[in-house]
Design a protein around this ligand. Structure first.
Ligand code: AMP
Length: 419
């Protein structure tokens, strides 16, 4: 780990020393597209964007950035995969670079991003480190389940951007390891998930520790706008602009979807059939509960499949290493719960299997959005038995389209049965 970190830092130092000018980032204007060049962003940030290979703003970036770069509050209805992370990070980084402080105290970040899960927080922090690659801005990630001392070291000196899960941030505030009274931008990501997971009391305490809404910029994102989400938005933002982006998958045909009608005890055999016969590059298998994820992953392992699981009960270090392995392509099969699997963006996931149908249509959209990324085609295979098939009409209604239903041929179902 340390060796890797050193190498990265070495490489970064070397890259930063090389000369660069905006002329190297050439993107011809295109009808209907906004270029990052059109937004007068600082050069150091443009260089980071160029290094990431982005050319045009995604729709949510094109809609939010002209507003948020002016310091206006925003409530965005958008899911992962839309580019919302870069939208709020570019806003923050531009503000920090354009308004440097004469004096900045240690442990007093200027921007705070709250996310409901460790995975999402770490992914945002990673994106932030990429976008700040050519700047002197520091990013800290404070998330539960990871070594406390390492995280304390991150906030000891000058720190600009903190990405945190609510519980761990509260610990840091109580221990007076971090102070939020200099926060200029507050981002609350996946507000609906924060509500679902019971984090709102923590988020409220955190919000109170930052300057009042009049004295900060607040950006809130949520995949859904429930009454509760809008109520919080109303309290925490000031004259916000609301922006809605349709979920990627709903309007895209990048993912071929099929639902197989089976009995509960035929599901495992059918899963094995797909794992053995379909052209699977990488697959994420979703199940509704942690215990089911655990049983399924254990059973696949016993049957000789190289697979790992991702769920709330897996220790953080193990979750991180599992995700890394999956990203590198050293792991082909990942079994996950909705919460653990949400927000994970890994290119090259050729298949998503819904071992059980989710209770919430939005979770279905999130799940199938893990495949069909970056211009690739993806397949979503769902298994519906007596217990899940009643949800199909609600799914179709939400997706605004019929999903192909099929009975699998007898030979696809393993003789040796069991749910
Ligand atoms: P997000 O919705 O923030 O989870 O982002 C989804 C993915 O899109 C991430 O892998 C980003 O790196 C990528 N991305 C974000 N903005 C752009 C852009 N303007 N052009 C290309 N890729 C992008």
């Amino acid at each position: 780990m340390n060796g890797k970190l050193k190498n990265n830092e070495k490489q970064r130092a070397a890259e930063r020393k090389t000369a660069w000018s905006l002329a190297e980032f050439e993107v011809a204007p295109q009808e209907g597209h906004v270029r990052f060049h059109d937004l007068s962003l600082p050069d150091a940030l443009m260089r980071g964007i160029h290094r990431l290979g982005f050319e045009f703003c995604s729709p949510i970036q094109a809609k939010t950035l002209p507003i948020t770069l002016d310091g206006v509050d925003c409530i965005g209805k958008a899911q992962t995969g839309t580019g919302k992370t870069a939208a709020f990070l570019i806003t923050i980084i531009t503000d920090l670079l354009e308004n440097p402080l004469d004096e900045q105290f240690d442990r007093e970040p200027r921007a705070l991003i709250l996310a409901p899960t460790r995975e999402l927080a770490l992914q945002i922090a990673d994106d932030a480190r990429h976008l700040t690659y050519f700047t002197d801005l520091n990013v800290a990630s404070l998330v539960g389940g990871m070594d406390y001392d390492t995280q304390i070291k991150q906030v000891k000196g000058k720190i600009d951007i903190v990405v945190a899960t609510p519980g761990r941030l509260i610990d840091f505030m109580r221990k007076r390891e971090v102070f939020l009274d200099q926060i200029e931008t507050l981002v609350i990501d996946e507000a609906d998930r924060m509500l679902d997971m019971g984090f709102i009391p923590d988020v409220k305490s955190i919000e109170r520790a930052t300057p009042t809404p009049e004295n900060r910029q607040t950006l809130m994102f949520s995949a859904t706008f429930s009454y509760d989400v809008l109520n919080l938005a109303n309290r925490w933002t000031r004259d916000p602009v609301t922006i809605e982006i349709e979920p990627e998958v709903k309007s895209s045909d990048a993912v071929e979807q099929k639902i197989f009608l089976v009995s509960a005890d035929e599901k495992y055999g059918l899963l094995k059939h797909f794992l053995q016969h379909d052209d699977i590059e990488r697959v994420m298998i979703f199940a509704n509960r942690r215990d089911l994820v655990k049983t399924l992953s254990g059973r696949l392992k016993r049957d000789g499949f190289d697979c790992l699981m991702l769920s709330g009960e897996v220790p953080q270090a193990k979750r991180t290493s599992t995700l890394e392995k999956f990203k590198r392509g050293d792991l082909r099969i990942l079994v996950a719960t909705d919460v653990a699997g949400r927000g994970i963006h890994v290119d090259g996931v050729s298949h998503v299997v819904n071992f059980t149908l989710p209770e919430d249509a939005e979770d279905y959209v999130h799940r199938i959005g893990r495949t069909g990324r970056a211009g690739a085609k993806g397949k979503s295979i769902s298994f519906a038995c007596e217990d899940d098939s009643f949800q199909i009409p609600a799914l179709e209604k939400y997706m605004g389209a019929k999903i192909v239903l099929e009975y699998p041929p007898e030979e696809w179902l393993d003789k040796q049965k069991g749910g």
